[in-house]
Design a protein around this ligand. Structure first.
Ligand SMILES: Nc1nc2c(ncn2[C@@H]2O[C@H](COP(=O)(O)OP(=O)(O)OP(=O)(O)O)[C@@H](O)[C@H]2O)c(=O)[nH]1
Ligand SMILES: [Mg+2]
Length: 460
């Protein structure tokens, strides 16, 4: 990783941690060729970190840890208690935090206040345990932080179940290794048996959740199939690129927009407004991020199906973020992973209002095929709307179709899924002048008596 990527990655981790409501007071970095199986940091760095947190610096010594909100909540959930959503509190915290100067590099605040170490690296359960012991505070790796954010932001039943599965899978190997696991075993006084019980409970819970999720997803796939005829567009892209802002602007819906990572976890589908005939459906999807935990990718199936079944993907990029090329690459990778890379797509360079004229000019020549816009400018959004409509119409054919009276039921469907220009009632049936996708016309040709379809023009 280059120096720049490295810094950008830490900046991103910092934003993730802030999204959880924490203030970042210090960054410690160390370049290591390989990680020891049991230690993330070298001894010197570990002592430096422990001095900040008030820990012993010794992985063999257990220190009474300061419990943070996340851990308290997790423990409560494991104990089978219901925990109320913390979102409202968190929002308030965030507002306060946004006013704070960036604490990076500042001397550590009162060590009593230090609650979390976030590691921008995937670490093993034993590395995590040792780091927690030596520092006396909670440690989360990048995956753990992301899962925690997903947990807080998931609202729909489906999203909550998906996140819980990912979280249980992530935590399961850590039950044995963490001091918390030991405390809990000791509490039960049953050692390994208690541990096995924990593990089995987690496995059972995952199985139960998967079953419920399967049923729910079947329901959604039926709903998606009903929308099959509709022209569908999915907004995809890195978290915070502006997908929901564009969704709002294009559809007049009030989906959640926030300068937070992973503001959206639920897919929303709305018609493009003002409506066109046949209507065009736009969907807003979950954002992607570097090293998005694999379980989360796999589990957000219905969100992602929305992307792979769309006719057009609008790949939204925050052009004002210097890391956009890396973010673009990550999104493409995930799209390939979910089989959506074959769907036609357009690159949307968003937030151009934040760029200087020179920077914009340079970007335009670098990405000649991309569409440049700002979700904040109504004229840009109107232009995007026209481009979306033009995309669908460019593949349209113009035809006249004779629908016999015995097949009249087809008329309503044709109105809903095709661009009907006019109808003429004659003795043989209804003559419909229409524009539609070649495939849809082909289906009509197969359904209707021979000679009912007359092609007037090919694609314009
Ligand atoms: N200046 C500017 N800000 C924008 C633009 N588009 C979006 N934003 C801001 O960027 C932030 C993120 O926007 P969202 O629309 O929530 O981004 P998202 O892609 O849906 O993010 P996730 O749901 O987290 O994946 C918000 O603070 C928006 O107001 C734009 O064109 N210009
Ligand atoms: Mg969003």
């Amino acid at each position: 990783m280059s120096e720049l990527d490295f810094e950008a990655s830490l900046d991103e981790l910092e934003r993730l941690v802030k999204t959880l409501g924490y203030r970042v007071v210090s960054r410690i970095t160390q370049t290591r060729g390989t990680l020891a199986p049991t230690a993330v940091l070298g001894e010197g760095k570990l002592l430096e970190l422990a001095a900040l947190t008030g820990g012993s610096g010794d992985a063999g010594v257990e220190v009474e840890r300061v419990k943070d909100k996340a851990r308290i909540r997790r423990e409560a959930i494991e104990a089978g208690k219901t925990v109320p959503s913390e979102d409202e509190d968190d929002d308030e915290d965030d507002d306060d935090l946004n006013d704070e100067p960036n604490g990076q590099g500042a001397p550590a605040a009162d060590t009593e206040d230090l609650q979390l170490i976030a590691v921008d690296h995937e670490i093993s359960p034993s590395q995590l345990r040792n780091l927690e012991r030596a520092t006396g505070i909670t440690v989360l790796d990048r995956t753990g932080v992301i899962i925690e954010i997903f947990h807080r932001h998931a609202h729909s039943r489906e999203a909550r179940m998906q996140v819980e599965i990912a979280r249980l899978r992530y935590e399961s190997p850590r039950v044995r290794a963490s001091p918390r696991g030991k405390e809990r075993q000791a509490g039960r006084g049953s050692g390994e048996a208690g541990l096995e019980l924990d593990r089995r409970k987690i496995r059972d819970r995952i199985a139960e959740l998967k079953e419920q999720l399967d049923a729910l997803q079947k329901e959604y796939s039926v709903r998606r199939a009903q929308r099959r005829e509709a022209r569908r567009v999915a907004l995809v892209g890195y978290t915070n690129a502006g997908k929901s802002s564009l969704m709002r602007a294009l559809t007049g819906s009030d989906v959640y927009v926030e300068n937070k990572l992973f503001a959206t976890l639920d897919t929303t589908v709305r018609a493009l407004t003002p409506e066109v005939e046949p209507r065009i459906l736009i969907s807003d999807t979950v954002g992607f991020i570097k090293k998005l935990p694999h379980d989360l990718v796999a589990s957000f199936k219905s969100t992602l199906d929305e992307a792979s079944e769309a006719s057009l993907l609008l790949h939204v990029v925050d052009a004002s973020d210097p890391s956009w090329p890396a973010q673009l690459a990550v999104t493409r990778e995930v799209l390939t992973e979910i089989g959506a890379h074959e769907v036609q797509s357009r690159l949307l360079m968003n937030k151009v209002d934040c760029l200087t004229d020179e920077a914009l000019l340079a970007l335009r020549s670098e990405q000649p095929e991309a569409w440049f816009l700002s979700a904040k400018r109504p004229a840009d959004v109107a232009d995007l709307r026209q481009k979306i409509i033009a995309f669908f119409e460019s593949s349209y054919v113009h035809a006249e179709v004779l629908v016999p009276f015995s097949e009249q039921r087809l008329l309503a469907e044709m109105h809903a899924t095709m661009n009907v220009l006019g109808t003429r009632y004659e003795e043989a049936g209804v003559f419909v002048d229409l524009r539609c996708e070649a495939q849809a016309l082909e289906r009509l040709r197969e359904t209707l008596p021979e000679g009912s379809v007359t092609l007037l023009e090919t694609a314009s």
